[in-house]
Design a binder for this molecule. Structure first.
Ligand code: GDP
Ligand code: IMO
Ligand code: MG
Length: 434
């Protein structure tokens, strides 16, 4: 009866949505533990495409319960819009969803603070998604945030809101944008939205622990990726939450002793959206080819994703901080037809090999990736559902990734659809999914 975490092993957009949706059929509950509607998890079911931002990707399986944990930051408008989108598609969202009463709430003034921060001339812009995520987490850590339970209690809410509203009005005034903030209007609209959300808010830590005690299985869905984690990512070019495995416990209230396996999702190459160092980025025609073939344009902001080659030192590092039991390699099909595939197998700085991930971006920017090249494969891999049917060169590529990362590749994805997936027979992944 194992409970598993599925999370991003790179800089996000690895295909977590597809994998979580697919694996959900083996679970009773799927829980998001961090991030907010900065995430965009794509699930393709036949000719229907869903981009889930806040609601766990398990929701498309009738009967699977979905939880938005305390570690998530929630914009009520984004939540209600997403619920409506799913209801229109015939999903019984209200019968499936549970929202933590401890999750923090995003307000329009969080977006304002983010705009100010990103626009400052004396600061390098992070290239955020402009959803107010960072400033909401700032208020959480600053102990002045407003939680779901507060939003649902009008007397408490008014007091906290007055304080927070005033705080932001002062910031707005200092930056000459005071007129943009309609503090009273926002208060009323949030009270109205609160009533629509109230029936699905509860103590999700209790719900999850009770479910586990009753023998039910929980799948934890990470958002973003380990290299965007607030502690382990390429700080400050990161998101403001704990995307790595530890976040699953702090972001839901399920203890580490109840987690049985950790699965990392990685593309067969690598991408990044927004600013920050990226050692194996390919600025040339091969990078552009990957962008076009992989449709590498952001699912939330539509921005073109920066593309590059599989980075083994980065994966070794994310495997270390997460303790991956097994890897899921997605988008193998995107490399179909590439004559020669590069893999970054080591980092060098000033001619010296490095054996750790540097914490300073200045050093990250100086990294010279050491590449090894492997032959591509002549036949397409798209749609292949059996490992044995993969071209020999594709199998060799997967074996090379296993050797260089030290982690088993237990699952390979050969297209965006549920069916376009291989779970390797006899793998640790297969056992964990049981
Ligand atoms: P997430 O944020 O990790 O859930 O990933 P995104 O949904 O942002 O981006 C992944 C994109 O790749 C989506 O458009 C998926 O439909 C698509 N995708 C996932 N797996 C595969 C695959 O194996 N092959 C191809 N061609 N596309 C895939
Ligand atoms: P999923 O879950 C890729 C990036 C932004 C920016 C940085 C900080 O779909 O993989 P934020 O708005 O979070 O403060 O922005 O993090 N970012 C993502 N990149 N996938 C995501 O989510 C991301 N969520 C945030 O582009 O560089
Ligand atoms: Mg995404």
């Amino acid at each position: 009866m194992s409970n598993l975490i599925v999370l991003g092993a790179q800089w996000g957009d690895e295909g977590k949505g597809k994998i979580v949706d697919l694996f959900s059929e083996n679970f009773d509950v799927v829980a998001r533990y961090q991030g907010g509607h900065n995430a965009g998890h794509t699930v393709q079911v036949g000719d229907k495409k869903f981009v889930l931002k806040l609601i766990p990707s398990g929701v498309l399986h009738p009967g699977v319960q979905v939880v938005i944990g305390n570690g998530v930051v929630i914009d009520p408008l984004a939540l209600l819009e997403e619920m409506e989108m799913l209801e229109k598609a015939g999903v019984d969202v209200r019968g499936q969803i549970h929202i933590s009463n401890r999750a923090h709430v995003i307000f329009p003034f969080h977006r304002m603070v983010e705009k100010v921060s990103e626009g400052r001339e004396d600061r390098t812009a992070i290239g955020t998604t402009s959803r107010g995520i960072g400033p909401c987490y700032e208020d959480k850590i600053g102990r002045r945030g407003i939680r779901m339970a507060d939003l649902l209690n009008p007397a408490v809410f008014d007091k906290l809101y007055d304080f927070l509203g005033e705080d932001k009005a002062t910031t707005a005034k200092a930056f000459g944008i005071a007129n943009d903030l309609k503090i009273e209007e926002i208060r009323e609209s949030y009270k109205q939205m609160a009533e629509r959300i109230r029936p699905v808010v509860c103590d999700t830590a209790k719900l999850l622990n009770d479910s586990i005690a009753a023998g039910k299985r929980v799948l934890f869905e990470g958002a973003q990726g380990t290299m965007l984690d607030i502690d382990f990512g390429t700080y400050p070019f990161v998101t403001s939450s704990s995307a790595a495995a530890g976040g699953a416990c702090t972001g839901t209230g399920v203890p580490p002793t109840k987690i049985d396996g950790i699965l990392g999702v990685s593309k067969a190459y690598i991408t990044r959206v927004g600013a920050g160092p990226f050692p194996s980025e390919d600025f040339g025609p091969e990078g552009e080819r990957i962008r076009q073939a992989g449709r590498e344009f952001g699912s939330v902001t539509g921005r073109p994703r920066r593309c590059g080659w599989f980075d083994a030192p980065l994966l070794r590092y994310t495997a270390m901080v997460n303790g991956f039991d097994s890897l899921i390699v997605t988008k193998l099909d995107v490399l179909d037809g590439v004559p020669s595939i590069k893999v970054c197998t080591a980092y060098k700085v000033n001619g010296e090999l490095m054996d750790t991930m540097p914490p300073e971006n200045a050093l990250m920017e100086k990294i010279e990736p050491v590449y090894e090249e492997l032959p591509g494969w002549p036949q397409p891999t798209v749609n292949i559902t059996s490992y044995d049917e993969l071209p020999q060169q594709a199998k060799d590529y997967i074996a090379f990734l296993e050797e260089k990362t030290g982690v088993e590749v237990g699952c390979v994805s050969t297209g965006p659809e549920r069916t376009q997936t291989i779970v390797r027979a006899g793998s640790k992944m297969e056992k964990l999914l049981g």
